[in-house]
Design a protein around this ligand. Structure first.
Ligand SMILES: [Zn+2]
Length: 162
């Protein structure tokens, strides 16, 4: 019998002990274990090992548990808040881009007319127009780079656990 089949049987046994496997996999595993004594023995050993592990109780300091829950809650709140802020920022930026796209032709002529009246060279007013277009992107970039997470490193997460 192929070595892959024995490995598959072992993996399916582990998966079945961890949370369940599909009915066809379970059927295949049962058939394989009936015809393969080494795998059946290994499956029994896996069952014993998992039963032993499940019988072990781990005592956790209630203060550590409370602190960990609080840190996870704070971190989740922080992620939610930042996500909402970022969505608002991108929405306002997209609105700005749509508005600018709608006004681009008028702005172009406005820049051109103003530049010709003031004697500004073409390259300069066209660069100004390009900069005006990139302004929302620059603002978003600056704001996103300035955002500081409330919990920004592992040291903050573990603070107070000592
Ligand atoms: Zn086998």
């Amino acid at each position: 019998m192929s070595e892959d089949l024995h490995r598959r049987a072992e993996q399916l046994k582990i998966d079945s002990m961890a949370g369940g496997i599909s009915a066809p996999d379970l059927q295949w595993l049962g058939a394989h274990l009936e015809g393969c004594p080494p795998c059946a023995q290994r499956a029994r050993a896996i069952e014993r090992a998992v039963r032993t592990l499940r019988s072990v109780t781990v005592r956790v300091d209630p203060a550590l548990l409370r602190t960990t829950r609080m840190k996870v809650y704070v971190r989740a709140e922080d992620l939610n808040r930042r996500g909402a802020r970022r969505l608002l920022l991108w929405t306002s930026c997209a609105t700005s881009w749509v508005w600018m796209a709608a006004c681009a032709l008028f702005l172009w002529h406005g820049f051109e007319r103003l530049a010709s009246q003031m004697g500004i060279p073409n390259w300069l007013w066209q660069a100004g127009f390009g900069l005006w277009w990139a302004l929302p992107l620059l603002i978003v970039g600056i704001v996103l780079s300035m955002q500081q997470p409330a919990v920004n490193n592992e040291r903050d997460l573990t603070a107070g656990l000592d």
